[in-house]
Design a protein around this ligand. Structure first.
Ligand SMILES: Nc1ncnc2c1ncn2[C@@H]1O[C@H](COP(=O)(O)OP(=O)(O)OP(=O)(O)O)[C@@H](O)[C@H]1O
Ligand SMILES: [Mg+2]
Length: 294
């Protein structure tokens, strides 16, 4: 069976997209015995940095390439500009955590900075085609894509490749607004004949939760999300599980440790329970929602 391809997106920074991508990947692999690949489509390369020792990243990138290879299929890139790297074949790298990673890269940004049309290799379908032709769809059950918070080439290329997308959202008005902006991007791309994305929304996953749901403002936010979901909008369909704010998660990420690898005590235990709920729910929603065919 072909892999599901889910991207985690929100047009708001710092809402837990990367944290959820890599930890849901870990849980799918270790808890649900799924074959999982993470694709780092964010030029900030936070997923790559969280999963691999930084000192070794360049060496691994030389051997295994990065997402850059999906977008730079031009033989004479160096002749066009000596600063542009020649693409390498893209290989998935084992992270040692039960799932694989296709490295992120800043180099695609240098391609993007060229004038439109100047570099024919920069193809918005590069990721979609690369995952298909590279055999990745057959090798994995789930492919999870980490995306940047901007309505950029990387986000559009990710949505074009995806069968589904989930929306990590902090529990504040600006993050909900970011989800709303993503909704507008989604509708525009879905209805535009040149883009015609077919990815289906899986819903909103609340992250970095404190006890804010109990406050008056919190209740208003929750009400706003639920109202939108009640009106038949799958986009805002709220996940029951939510990831709590837990300082140990941020600290552990710097040491390449994921939530499931932390000693299960206090707030960490709660985060582990919620992560499993989120992952199981994601898995159920994926099964219950076949991608729209064009
Ligand atoms: N549940 C949590 N508890 C504590 N810290 C967290 C939690 N989730 C994420 N963080 C921390 O919050 C910061 C932002 O999270 P993350 O990088 O996952 O967000 P993002 O949406 O991917 O950001 P960006 O838009 O910059 O890519 C990171 O430093 C991360 O370690
Ligand atoms: Mg990120």
């Amino acid at each position: 069976m072909s892999a599901s391809i889910t991207c985690f997106a929100n047009i708001k920074g710092g809402v837990g997209k990367t944290t959820l991508t890599i930890n849901v990947a870990h849980t799918l692999a270790e808890e649900l015995q799924q074959r999982v690949l993470v694709v780092d489509m964010d030029p900030q390369i936070n997923a790559t940095t969280a999963l691999l020792p930084y000192a070794e990243t360049e060496k691994i990138r030389r051997e295994c390439g990065s997402v850059y290879g999906f977008f730079s299929k031009v033989d004479n890139l160096r002749a066009m500009d000596p600063n542009l790297l020649q693409p390498r074949p893209v290989k998935a790298v084992p992270t040692g955590k039960g799932f694989d990673l296709i490295l992120g890269s800043l180099d695609t940004a240098f391609l993007e900075l060229r004038l439109p049309g100047e570099v024919p290799g920069l193809n918005i379908n590069g990721l979609k085609n690369g995952l298909q032709t590279g055999g990745f769809l057959d090798q994995y059950d789930h492919i999870l894509i980490d995306t940047p918070p901007t309505p950029s080439f990387y986000l559009v290329a990710s949505l074009k490749a995806a069968s589904h997308f989930a929306i990590p959202t902090r529990f504040d008005h600006l993050s909900i607004q970011g989800a709303g902006l993503l909704g507008r991007v989604y509708q525009t791309l879905r209805d535009h004949r040149d883009y015609a994305i077919t990815a289906k929304p899986l819903g909103v996953i609340l992250t970095l939760m404190q006890n804010d749901a109990q406050t008056t403002q919190g209740r208003e936010i929750l009400e706003e999300i639920r109202n939108r979901a009640d009106h038949g909008d799958d986009f805002f369909h709220l996940f029951e599980g939510s990831l709590p704010l837990c300082a140990a998660i941020g600290r552990a990420q710097i040491e390449h440790r994921l939530i499931r690898e932390l000693p299960p005590r206090g707030p960490v235990k709660k985060a582990q329970t919620e992560l499993l709920r989120i992952t199981s729910e994601l898995s159920r929603r994926l099964r219950g929602s076949a991608p729209v065919t064009a």
